[in-house]
Ligand binder design. Structure first.
Ligand SMILES: Cc1ncc(COP(=O)(O)O)c(C=O)c1O
Length: 481
């Protein structure tokens, strides 16, 4: 065997020489990010981008220099990607990222701890547990609370519903992981508002309950769950002999940003003997702000809470958490394995695979902790308040113009509006033309059958002047229809 194989510098080695190789490559990768054109995306057509990417040889017989590969990533992919930090990138809950988190991503990848078992991530396991304890404390959950990182809000919500289902089965002495669903499951129902994220339906489908097991509750004009409608639905379900196993409240709906009345819903869930899950994927970051935190009153009454760090905590994908009020509830999920989680580990060794639907898993907690420690709570709170204020500003600015109508006053970082006299096709053309020209990535949605456009403000560097400009661009596009 040769002493110096040609892949020598391809493997991450953490001695001085290896780190120099890594730092040089990292600086090339960083330079590949330089923007070469304005706007939130290029004006290339889908087929032109398809052809450009299709021409890339995925695995040549002989490799290409990393510098060239990274340069191509810049010229082809970043250049024709979206720029979440552009003030006109306002369609989705898709944030620009923070320097502390991005550089920690590099360290996460290089150190490559795996969060399934303690022997693959000794200190990293403790970091994730420490972060989860901190988060549980911020939410106001009891000392027995803890959590686990997941890949996103969808995964966190599915995990919460998985626990709620197993908990409901355990109450009738059925181990659902072993025996499958009990016969009672045909009568089980999950309640959420008609504005809740579709992942609640997805969870019901995946868990074998079926989407029809999800009963949606009407919302008031703001998009928050209507408690009177919840009461009448609970009565109707009880009369029909159906059992509510979980109630999902949303703190920050995807479109209108509405926060359900958590305390009232918690009371109803408790009376019904149901698991209360709060999907705070969007507004969970309000916990950081003294001004916004009161809007989450009642979140501490939850059995489980979803928090998405890759939304208003500005983390690169993926970073979400599911926190449960009682860590013992994770036992409902635990599958023993001979090689990972044998149950005979040394004292103090936690194998997080016992809390997760994943096995191998990234150490995403590191970038979250790096961010929280670097910026501190006050700074992050200001950033969250800034984007909330931008959406309030946009709401007032749109309301002041006769060509627009708000569907609801903004509740968090979104602003949903339409244009009286313009039908769904007109709104579609406005959104698609701005996207095609690469001038704006504008949101388009539908609220209770009413088509609408949507701004989502995720960039704390954007200004009211940027918002005015977005409104003018949409107005100009409407006039050009
Ligand atoms: C309220 C809410 N919950 C869950 C999700 C799903 O999050 P993810 O895209 O991280 O899976 C979203 C996504 O926008 C959301 O708005």
């Amino acid at each position: 065997m040769s002493d110096a194989p040609r892949w020598r510098d391809a493997v991450v080695v953490t001695d001085d020489q290896g780190l120099e190789v890594l730092a040089d490559a990292a600086s090339v990768a960083i330079r590949s990010l330089k923007r070469t054109s304005p706007g939130p995306r290029s004006d290339w057509t889908p087929s032109a981008i398809h052809d450009l990417i299709g021409a890339i040889e995925i695995c040549p017989d002989e490799g290409v220099a990393l510098d060239a590969v990274l340069a191509q990533l810049g010229d082809a992919v970043w250049r024709h990607g979206v720029v979440p930090g552009d003030p006109a990138c306002v369609a989705h809950l898709h944030p620009p990222t923070l320097v502390a988190a991005v550089v920690t991503e590099l360290a996460i990848a290089a150190a490559n701890q795996s969060m399934d078992s303690w022997d693959q991530s000794p200190a990293a396991t403790e970091v994730e547990l420490h972060l989860m304890d901190w988060l549980a404390g911020q939410i106001g959950l009891p000392p027995a609370a803890s959590g686990v990182m997941t890949s996103g809000g969808t995964a966190s919500n599915v995990l919460a519903m998985t626990l709620a289902r197993s908990w409901a089965a355990a109450k009738v002495d059925v181990d659902v992981l072993k025996q499958g669903l009990p016969s009672e499951a045909a009568r089980w129902r999950i309640l959420c508002s008609d504005q809740a994220h579709f992942s609640v339906q997805r969870a019901a489908a995946q868990l074998g309950l079926g989407r029809d097991a999800v009963v949606t509750i009407a919302t008031v004009a703001s998009g928050a769950m209507d408690v009177a409608a919840l009461d009448s639905e609970l009565g109707r379900l009880a009369d029909a002999g159906l059992q509510v196993i979980a109630v999902v409240a949303t703190a920050g709906t995807t479109d209108l940003g509405a926060i359900d009345p958590l305390t009232e819903i918690a009371e109803r869930a408790r009376e019904a003997g149901a698991w209360l899950h709060v999907d705070a994927a969007v507004a969970g970051a309000f916990l950081l702000s003294e001004r916004l935190r009161p809007r989450l009153a009642g979140i501490d009454l939850a059995d489980s809470v979803t928090i998405d760090f890759h939304k208003l905590w500005w983390q690169p994908f993926n970073a979400s958490a599911l926190v449960v009020a009682d860590v013992a509830r994770f036992d409902l999920l635990r599958v023993k394995s001979n090689y990972l989680d044998r149950g005979d580990e040394l004292e103090g060794m936690v194998n997080l695979v016992g809390r997760s639907l994943d096995t191998s898993r990234r150490f995403d907690a590191a970038k979250v902790v790096a961010t929280l420690r670097t910026l501190g709570r006050r700074c992050l709170a200001e950033m969250v308040e800034r984007v909330v204020d931008l959406s309030t500003y946009a709401g007032a600015a749109l309301s002041a113009r006769p060509e627009f109508e708000l569907l609801a006053a903004p509740s968090s970082v979104t602003c949903v509006f339409d244009a009286p006299g313009v039908d769904a096709d007109g709104l579609r053309r406005v959104q698609q033309r701005l996207l095609a020209r690469g001038e704006m990535v504008l949101g388009r949605t539908e609220i209770k059958g009413r088509p609408a456009l949507k701004f989502t403000f995720m960039n704390p560097l954007s200004t009211p002047g940027d918002v005015d400009q977005l409104i003018t661009m949409v107005a100009d596009e409407l006039r050009a229809l």
